[in-house]
Design a protein. Structure first.
Length: 195
């Protein structure tokens, strides 16, 4: 049992399960960020909904997170992709996604139980925003990037339709802003090297 999460770990001890529900569902993006990520299956996170907050400078719009749905909306679910990641890939993905163990990043690790299409539960970690503030609409380009990942991984048609109907606005500048991606990664790695 993992003493930090209270969850049992199944599978290889040198790997972890990661649940992607946004841009990391996109196979091209994952191939750029991870060397050996393996798709396990499509899965859903019951009792949550997809929401967008903050500002994603790379895509000029809201950044995805999951929000628990209490009360009558508890039957909602967020669909995504369950990956198996070697720990080196997990650390790389943390850098790309601005996940900080001290809580100072855009996201933090959030342990969850996701359910695959056969009804099997899997323990995984996902990235969740800590500070929400006002909801912010994603850029149309970012939503298209997320949708490409949903389609490529065979997420259920009704959920893909739900994503297609989310409100979005065109980005105000050319996206993705690749120089911003390099800057984020450079700041994450070189700041620690400065000593």
């Amino acid at each position: 049992m993992d003493i930090t999460t209270g969850f049992e770990h199944y599978g290889r001890k040198d790997r972890q399960y990661y649940f992607a529900y946004g841009s990391n569902m996109n196979p091209k993006q994952m191939a750029e960020r991870c060397f050996a990520a393996r798709v396990v299956c499509a899965a859903c996170l019951p009792g949550y909904r997809l929401a967008f907050y903050g500002h994603n400078r790379v895509w000029d719009g809201g950044q995805e997170t999951v929000v628990q749905t209490p009360g009558p909306d508890k039957d909602q679910a967020v669909w995504g992709v369950l990956y198996e990641l070697p720990f080196g890939d997990a650390a790389s993905l943390d850098l790309w996604s601005s996940v900080r163990l001290d809580g100072g990043g855009a996201y933090f690790h959030y342990p969850v139980q996701v359910v695959d299409v056969a009804g099997r539960a899997h323990t995984a970690v996902l990235y969740k925003k800590d500070v929400l503030g006002q909801a912010v609409v994603p850029s149309s380009e970012y939503l298209a990037h997320i949708l490409a990942g949903a389609r490529a991984n065979g997420l259920p048609g009704p959920y893909v339709n739900h994503l297609e109907n989310l409100q979005s606005v065109p980005a105000r500048y050319p996206v993705p802003k690749r120089d911003m991606l390099r800057g984020v990664l450079r700041e994450s790695t070189c700041a620690e090297c400065a000593g």
